[in-house]
Write a protein that binds this ligand. Structure first.
Ligand SMILES: Nc1nc2c(ncn2[C@@H]2O[C@H](COP(=O)(O)OP(=O)(O)OP(=O)(O)O)[C@@H](O)[C@H]2O)c(=O)[nH]1
Ligand SMILES: [Mg+2]
Ligand SMILES: [Zn+2]
Length: 338
């Protein structure tokens, strides 16, 4: 009960604060004419303002966005890796450059609410799976960050897979049981070593033919995972800092890789903390499925499960039927949402 009181001290719970920052952008319109000579392609890399688009008929083009882009993806980044786009190859150019004139409507997307951005920062579009890459050590996994990823995935209609990397460095016999709660909640959890190629084949089968986005803290081994899956060194990897045990933010762009089994994997830069876009405070509890049985039994409706008397969720927490750490994530997220 003492611990619970600590959790309920709402003032101490950290929350994300967002400053507004101006973002330069192309204008958009929802409909418009596109020329017959426009080529259809897939965005497979974004680095700063450089956008790489692969077309079926004419190979790769380095693109920029037109002054006005046709898109129905309102209030989101105009272009993201995984987008299907139409491009107009530039005239009088020796290299292969082009302009993106239309972005198809996204089936789904994975986004983060980055500090300072006014619109939804879409990292990848049209994806099947979000692989949340965490590591046993250097840096040690943070389950509270994982919970944030799991809520984001469900909100964005993407299936999450939990991947605990660097098991070659683990001597902790309780490592797997530390994730029992996630297995119970039916999240697929894998324990792998991307470097020593442990557990990779099983995962390769699961992602067969799917488009996956990799996300997680810097240094957890996302780029190493890509290199191992590709069977060659495609992405630069770098040791984590000895001093802080944190990653060095080695990958700074978003890039898609194709495996021979038809899977596509998108590597992304490491994240430290991120906000969730488009979720109401009152809806948050629906993403914590261990609350499902208790939600309807709360005395008050709606109940935030934070302070209300006769709250069945808090009652279950006190009885040890709900994981304390997961409830902590709920409170942290609750405070960070407006
Ligand atoms: N022992 C061990 N080290 C690993 C494993 N996977 C990755 N590493 C090491 O962890 C360090 C960071 O790996 P990266 O692949 O660059 O990590 P990242 O997640 O891509 O990092 P960012 O690009 O900064 O987000 C490198 O020194 C890798 O060699 C593993 O399975 N076992
Ligand atoms: Mg990387
Ligand atoms: Zn309640």
């Amino acid at each position: 009960m003492k611990d619970f009181e600590k959790l309920s001290d709402r003032k101490k719970t950290p929350s994300l604060k967002f400053k507004k920052r101006k973002v330069t952008r192309s204008l958009t319109k929802t409909e418009g004419f596109i020329s017959d000579i426009a080529l259809k392609g897939l965005v497979c890399g974004i680095s700063g303002t450089r956008i790489l688009v692969e077309t079926e008929s004419s190979g790769c083009f380095e693109c920029t966005t037109a002054g006005v882009v046709i898109t129905k993806n309102e209030n989101q980044s105009i272009v993201a890796v995984g987008d299907v786009v139409y491009i107009l190859p530039d005239k009088n150019q020796s290299g292969k450059t082009a302009t993106i004139i239309k972005v198809e409507e996204r089936r789904n997307h994975f986004s983060r609410k980055e500090v300072g951005y006014e619109k939804e920062d879409v990292i990848a579009a049209n994806i099947d799976i979000l692989i949340v890459m965490l590591s046993v050590k250097s840096p040690k996994y943070n389950k509270r960050l994982l919970d944030r990823f799991l809520v984001t995935a469900e909100l964005n209609n993407v299936e999450p897979i939990i991947c605990i990397n660097k098991i070659d460095l683990s001597d902790d016999i309780n490592l797997k049981s530390d994730f029992d709660i996630y297995k119970k909640l039916k999240y697929q959890t894998f324990f792998i070593s991307a470097k020593e190629l442990i557990g990779m084949n099983e995962l390769k089968e699961i992602i067969n033919d799917k488009t996956c986005v990799l996300s997680g803290p810097s240094g957890s081994g996302k780029s190493t995972f890509i290199n191992s899956m590709m069977g060659k060194s495609k992405q630069f990897v770098q040791e984590t800092s000895n001093k802080t045990n944190k990653g060095r933010h080695t990958t700074s762009s978003v890039k898609m890789f194709k495996l021979s089994n038809g899977s596509r994997i998108i590597d992304t830069p490491g994240v430290r903390e991120f906000g969730i876009w488009g979720l109401e405070k009152s809806e948050l509890a629906l993403y914590f499925h261990e609350f499902d049985d208790f939600n309807p039994k709360c005395k008050y409706y709606p109940c935030t499960h934070t302070h209300e008397p006769e709250c069945a969720v808090i009652d279950a927490l006190e009885k040890g039927m709900i994981d304390y750490g997961r409830y902590e994530s709920y409170l942290n997220l609750f405070d960070s949402l407006s």
